[in-house]
Design a protein around this ligand. Structure first.
Ligand SMILES: [Zn+2]
Length: 341
């Protein structure tokens, strides 16, 4: 049985990875059918992800089949199809016990901090991290995690009817936010990005009418909102420059959510905008277990069509040669899926 390992920056190795031992109590043995490639995987490959160490098998956006379950596991069984919530927390930590398992101090992400799912053989995961969806395809299940990042960012802001929500950055995370914003009745979603092709996707595929383009984005936003600006701004760029200036787009008493990540220091003037408008700044990290179940429900109900997200496919045996091209933005990939079986 083979697995793909990131051995060093920009180095992919096909390695032997034996099947997992029998699952222990609370564990499940699984195998991967589909894996989504995301910006985190690309950053890990390039050696640009802060907490990634080599060698490591990547893969955290997974459509999985359950092969066996250990003692005490009753919400999934052999043969079930599942999505994986890859953030493994300590359920006894005060943070997890208060309902914030997504940011438990000891959280480790499968496929980032610990070995992931890009392999032909089986591996063991905590069964509580599996979210079954037997009526969904493995393609659909592999998309749930990426959608969950956007779902959680939107949940952080809790937009209400009548509010305008501006998403800055139309990469996969920004697009995931827009998927859920368009489902909230009475909310007007707007999007801004510098890449025209991404805005075309927003308009043509997601049906988002509110596109802010051109040099005077604030003027355009004022015009659309009668000078009110956006009650919610979600910055999904990860760009320190954007994250330092995005407050300018926020309405008085507005909320700003950071869902992109940067390791850079952010600086912004306090009094003239942030204080004067009494803004609320919210971080958004990972997602919660209930987010996964809600998304699976929305896909099941036909309210989210994952097919339009899948722009590229890569068979497992072509990963060593084919993976690197996804680091080039000109491939135009929204979501590339690796097909393992
Ligand atoms: Zn991801």
């Amino acid at each position: 049985m083979k697995a793909i390992e990131f051995t060093a920056p920009e180095t992919i190795t096909l390695v032997d990875a034996p099947d997992a031992p029998a699952p222990g109590p609370g564990e499940a043995t699984v195998r991967t059918h589909r894996m989504g490639i995301c910006g985190t995987d690309l950053a890990c490959y390039l050696g640009r992800f802060p907490f990634f160490s080599y060698p490591r098998i990547p893969g955290h956006e997974l459509g999985l089949e359950v092969v066996a379950v250990g003692q005490g596991v009753d919400h999934v069984k052999a043969g079930d199809r599942c999505s994986l919530e890859p953030y493994v927390d300590d359920p006894q930590s005060p943070t997890s016990r208060s309902g914030h398992s997504n940011c438990c101090p000891s959280v480790e992400v499968i496929g980032v901090h610990t070995p992931g799912g890009l392999r032909q053989g089986t591996f063991n995961v905590p069964a509580r991290k599996l979210h079954p969806g037997n009526d969904l395809s493995y393609d659909q299940l592999a998309l749930v995690e990426t959608l969950a990042i956007g779902f959680h960012a939107v949940e952080r802001a809790r937009p209400r009817a009548g509010e305008t929500v501006l998403v800055i950055g139309a990469g996969p995370i920004g697009l995931a936010c827009l998927e859920f914003l368009r489902l909230i009745e009475g909310v007007t979603p707007l999007v801004m990005d510098r890449v025209p092709g991404r805005l075309d996707f927003c308009r043509e595929t997601l049906g988002i009418q509110g596109i802010l383009a051109g040099p005077d984005a604030i003027g355009a936003l004022e015009e659309r909102t009668r000078g009110q600006l956006a009650e919610v701004v979600i910055d999904a760029t990860g760009s320190p420059q954007s994250m330092s200036t995005c407050f300018d787009f926020a309405a008085f008493a507005g909320r700003v959510v950071y869902v992109g990540i940067t390791t850079a220091e952010l600086t912004f003037p306090h009094a003239p905008v942030f204080h004067r408008r009494e803004l609320t700044l919210l971080a958004s990290r990972n997602a919660l277990p209930q987010d996964f179940d809600q998304i699976i429900g929305l896909i099941r109900a036909g309210r989210i069509d994952t097919d339009k997200w899948i722009t590229h496919r890569l068979p497992f045996d072509q990963v060593p040669d084919g993976f690197a091209r996804f680091t080039d933005p000109s491939t135009g990939a929204i979501k590339a899926l690796i097909e393992i079986r």
